[in-house]
Design a protein around this ligand. Structure first.
Ligand code: GAR
Length: 204
């Protein structure tokens, strides 16, 4: 499966995916393109070092989200991309990309959805007083972190946690959960039944 990774920042999840591919843990997933909405995102350097094509567009250079996504889509089609992994991509995906990749876009979120969606999953769980948090890999739909859940991993929230220490504990689990979910998707082992994602034993 030819995949594009969309990321806005640091890129540790992108690196975890590329490392998993290199280690033979993602036999059917090929990371063809790293796209960023931020020109200077460190993730782009990680991609260049890994020999993966990079692309960046700034949404503010386009009249609308539709125009921006159409420009991205043109490149995805040229590269015959079959699926997208959002890895710290800090903006909503619009209908242009959703319609081009139905049930083919995954996102990783730093909380146990449906709790604490949005931009600050770690901080929101901490401030709420949750005793357990974690990460969620889910399919992307038109809502904010609302799509069917593929993989979740939990971590404790400790009394002396700060947003940073909790985020560090969660991101360790993200680096395990995302390759696991991408492996299942790329091997055709996921079936969506309503809100539930069922794992198949072998590709039907
Ligand atoms: C990750 O913790 C990811 O779950 C989160 O951004 C971080 C990106 O880190 N994503 C979101 O909050 C999406 N709403 P990374 O750039 O090191 O992969």
């Amino acid at each position: 499966m030819r995949l594009a990774v969309f990321a806005s920042g640091r890129g540790s999840n992108f690196k975890a995916l590329v490392d998993a591919r290199r280690d033979g843990r993602l036999p059917e997933a090929e990371f063809v393109l790293c796209f960023s909405d931020k020109t200077n995102a460190p993730v782009l350097d990680i991609a260049r070092e890994a020999g993966i094509e990079t692309l960046h567009f700034s949404p503010k250079d386009f009249a609308s989200r539709e125009e921006y996504e159409k420009a991205v889509l043109k490149h995805l089609e040229a590269e015959k991309i079959e699926g997208i992994c959002l890895a710290g991509y800090m903006r909503l995906v619009g209908s242009t990309l959703l319609e081009a990749f139905p049930n083919r876009i995954l996102n990783i979120h730093p909380a146990l959805l449906p709790s604490f969606p949005g931009l600050h999953g770690q901080r929101d769980a901490l401030e709420y007083g949750a005793k357990v948090s974690g990460c969620t890999v889910h399919f992307v739909d038109g809502g904010v972190d609302t799509g069917p859940i593929v993989v979740q991993r939990a971590v404790p929230v400790l009394d002396d946690d700060t947003e940073e220490t909790l985020a560090a504990r969660i991101v360790e689990q993200e680096h395990q959960a995302y390759p696991e979910a991408v492996d299942l998707l790329s091997r055709g082992l996921l079936r969506i039944e309503g809100r539930r994602v069922v794992r198949l034993r072998s590709a039907d």
